[in-house]
Design a protein around this ligand. Sequence first.
Ligand code: ADP
Ligand code: MG
Length: 779
Amino acid sequence: ASVMERVLQRRSLRLRNLQRAWQESPEGTKMLNFRKSLPAYKEKDMLLSAIACNQVVVISGETGCGKTTQLPQYILESEIESGRGAFCNIICTQPRRISAMSVAERVSAERGEDLGESVGYKVRLEGMKGKNTHLLFCTSGILLRRLLSDRNLNGVTHVFVDEIHERGMNEDFLLIVLKDLLPRRRDLRLILMSATLNAELFSGFFNGAPTIHIPGFTYPVRAQFLEDILEITGYKLTSVNQIDNYGQEKLWKTQRQLLPRKRKNQINTLVEDALSKSSFERYSSRTRDSLASWSPDCIGFNLIEAVLCHICRKERSGAVLVFMTGWDDISCLKDQLKAHPLLGDPNRVLVLTCHGSMATSEQKLIFEKPPPNIRKIVLATNMAEASITINDIVFVVDCGKAKETTYDALNNTPCLLPSWISQASARQRRGRAGRVQPGECYHLYPRCVYDAFAEYQLPELLRTPLNSLCLQIKSLQLDSIGEFLSAALQPPEPLAVQNAIDFLKVIGALDEKENLTNLGQYLSMLPVDPKLGKMLIMGAVFRCLDPILTIVSGLSVRDPFLLPQDKKDLAGSAKSRFSAKDYSDHMALVRAYEGWKDADREGSAYEYCWRNFLSSQALQAIHSLRKQFNFILKDAGLIDADPGINNSLSHNQPLVRAIICSGLFPGISSVVHREKSMSFKTMEDGQVLLYANSVNSRYQTIPYPWLVFGEKVKVNTVFIRDSTGVSDSILILFGGILTHGASAGHLKMLDGFIDFFMNPSLAECYWNLKFELDKLIQK
Ligand code: ADP
Ligand code: MG
């Protein structure tokens, strides 16, 4: 045997000794007994032999039955036990970074090891993985990225793709690539795992791969809908109507008769209409959202509060899981509950949160048993629907909505709205209450609304812009983008694909023949949206990295500028203090971040955030992202080791503005001044509005003819988010035209334009270009 072979054999023996020692230890035995109690254990041998005999296996089972934590571990254990542990290399993908991290930690603990030994994780910009790691949990994005440089996944023995029922874009993408890879890697094993039972769809995609269902046991959960809840909480349907003064009773009654026959959209508006008028006055004196809380964008905090009160007062013991739409709602509700005499009493109630950006310490708390006589309430996003299992949940409160991006290919505009979930999601949420004993689920919507829900959610591939995805497809050197995507489980519309290709051409990532340019090659290496990647590269080339790092980090995390419902105006003016005469939300962010760092040095970061309506969590996140982006740029050889050189032009404000423009183009709107008013227009949408929180919405006039923006969202009209004013010359020089199909040589050439730019009169030679552009945009 070769030297390598012998090294691996020796390592395998060591792994086996370690594993046996743990399994025979008292703690290890206890853990093993717990693991044996999970439904997956009964099927262990059958699963192992199915995986050994088939290249692809589809496995489904109730959430919590042990798919994620057990199945990959069974493979690892059996390989180690057979003395071949060091030869196996298992990858298990997760749709979200937080589940990849928490699952890896859990499996390490089950094996009595520290994270990063035989089990590790890797998520964007972070990881914990050693040379002895044989089971790696990673996000599906990470595996895709790996496929870029390692098309055959050399050395990998097993790939698990988890949570495929969610139909995330990356998972759908992975399935196409892996299907293509399988014939080239006959020894590779692919295991697909899914919570609900639409396994046939996936099995069909893989030419009838065998499907195995793990029968799980859950206790029955009683479903209660709005009608029942109003009764339980003391609000009868009639009492809803008594509260309001607007003759809603009639509307409500007619609705109840009409609803089942109406189309879904109409049902939504009708119900929301009715609910928006029912203000639940008992609580409304204190709450800011008594009416707003039932608007289509929000859920009814007061009703949730009433249900929680009812559970704490009248119901048996057991933890409560509340499904909400997003982090904003969760933190608002948490604040509201703090002021409540019962729910805010830390001696009786423990309120925890569970969402994508929570800290690891908080993450652990949600799995722990609360102290005796204290009721645990977990406010969660739909992350807790399937990827995370909290065992002691007995009560579930389901607001019926989830934030979902949809994509309007016709207008090429993403929309982010809380929308009704699917019936499958509602059932899944309900099921979370029956893990340890019979449970209760409170659905905060009428039964007829549930009946109108779609059966399953639309796959993400069909409801998001495909820019990043198409860039990745190109860098995988997979012929034609359109052809590739037509092999998907459910292929996206050709128009959506064309929009993405056009976009990549405009920003210079693809040339006219759809070939990847040098710029495109760099962009596909950076784990950010292509727009932001381009801004980073330009910031590096033009030596003004520092502010650009802040801006790009800010655009890829939550907005640190808070906008509390009841203090919109104060918050807005706090933000505009950071803007001075910049006419730029992006510059305001840079100043706010710089100020925060100064305040932090003086130990007054907390007051600083409070005073300026800033989220210190978001600023922290920006702070650490900045470092990571800096590292990636260094790694890609795009910046100098000397920060002084990279920042020699950071204080050149017009230049920073130009780089913002180069990244955000073609997100551009014209500023139209007419007498005393000001309006904004984009080429595709006509009139658009600025977000209330934008500094540019507070000026009477803007001395720039254009605003560049990173994101527009269609709510009812099209809104543009953060924006920065730019001049004609900036737009011409940096708005995509020169950088079209930019190669490394081009970028170097742009370097020379710094001088050019410092002397704007030189820009005159571009006036004719401007003329063309004007014509285009004013059309
Ligand atoms: P599935 O993937 O089938 O939904 P998991 O493998 O995630 O199930 O979880 C199986 C079981 O392991 C859960 O029901 C729970 O009892 C336990 N478990 C999972 N994660 C943790 C954790 N972090 N802490 C304690 N127990 C956990
Ligand atoms: Mg799972």
